[in-house]
Design a protein around this ligand. Structure first.
Ligand code: CP
Ligand code: NVA
Length: 321
């Protein structure tokens, strides 16, 4: 059965009103579930070779990437094309390099394209673009603070395994970074218990924790610890990410020393319940934050997460259309 998408989208009792996606917190819990439902339908249609709605027909989306990307860039390119649209890719040094203000870049793009998918450093950059050009659908493709598109794919992956996240426990072991932030926002919003184990000084920020807890519904909780064993002990899934994110390369050696006790290896996974899933946004630094035996184990869902980037971003773009 094909999917028909209009705006606002009526799926069950749900209306979609979001016009930007800078953060998971731009969505209501119902909108987050709507996006995951539509992603699952797009995925099923694609697997069955069924045609689906092409709401971007005749429209362009700009991809502006100031940092490297395999998964995000590729899946947005495919997503736009499969929704009937096309992409443009102005060089990052032209669009985001200070040649003109990001507000003026956004005001130009708004006259030509439907949306802008932006990977940059300062989170304020995507906020400034979205404020300056309200008709431009700005999508955060990763900032230093948040990676909401990754969290959509992570939640779809877990939904496929568990039916729903509510009541499940998700452990994140490592840096309280952009991936941890968006994962906590999304999973707690869907009713999961999120436990984050980080070294002192690398925890999720207090204001992030406060926002996550405000968005909790039906029993979702967030707990921070410095003890990775404590974090994984009741975990249904264990997630990790690189110790030094893009832009922190100079800190790699120092971080390797601090984070060594937080490596997700066989010994740590032995403390988790049997059957606990392993998750990673990728790229992985094998031998640092995760060992081969864990990332290559049958319980690893890292390539499901990667595949689901495509389906969730198609849903997101269709809903923002
Ligand atoms: N997970 C992720 O965002 O991958 P890329 O950096 O390759 O886009
Ligand atoms: N935290 C990582 C995620 C990469 C997808 C980074 O920002 O580099």
């Amino acid at each position: 059965m094909s999917v028909t998408v209009r705006k606002p989208v009526a799926l069950g009792q749900t209306e979609w009103t979001a016009t930007r996606f800078l953060s998971i917190l731009d969505l209501s819990p119902a909108e987050l579930e709507t996006c995951l439902d539509l992603a699952a339908r797009f995925k099923a249609d694609r697997a069955a070779g069924r045609p689906h709605a092409r709401p971007l027909t005749g429209r362009h989306v700009a991809l502006l990437f100031e940092k490297p990307s395999l998964r995000t860039r590729s899946t947005f390119q495919i997503a736009v094309r499969e929704l009937g649209g096309d992409t443009i890719e102005p060089p990052a040094d032209v669009a985001l390099g200070g040649r003109e203000t990001v507000e003026d870049v956004a005001r130009n793009l708004e006259r030509w394209v439907h949306g802008a998918v932006v990977r940059t450093y300062a989170h304020a950059c995507v906020e400034r673009m979205a404020s300056a050009a309200p008709r431009l659908r700005v999508v955060n493709a990763l900032t230093d603070q948040e990676h909401p598109c990754q969290a959509l794919a992570d939640c779809l992956t877990l939904t496929e395994r568990w039916g729903r996240l509510r009541g499940r426990t998700l452990a994140f072991v490592g840096d309280g970074n952009n991936v941890a932030t968006s994962l906590a926002q999304a999973a707690v919003m869907l009713g999961a218990h999120v436990v984050i184990a980080s070294p002192r000084g690398f925890e999720l920020r207090d204001d992030v924790c406060a926002d996550v807890r405000r968005s909790a519904r039906t029993g979702g909780t967030l707990r921070l610890t410095t003890d990775p064993v404590d974090a994984v002990r009741r975990a249904d899934a264990v997630y990790t990410d690189v110790w030094a994110s893009m832009g922190q390369e100079e800190e790699t050696a120092a971080r390797r020393r601090v984070f060594a006790p937080y490596q997700v290896n066989g010994a740590l996974m032995a403390h988790a319940p049997s059957g606990a899933l392993f998750m990673h946004c990728l790229p992985a630094h094998r031998g640092d934050e995760v060992t081969d035996e864990v990332i290559d184990a049958p319980s690893s869902v890292v390539f499901d997460q990667s595949e689901n980037r495509l389906h969730t971003q198609k849903a997101l773009l269709a809903l923002l259309a």
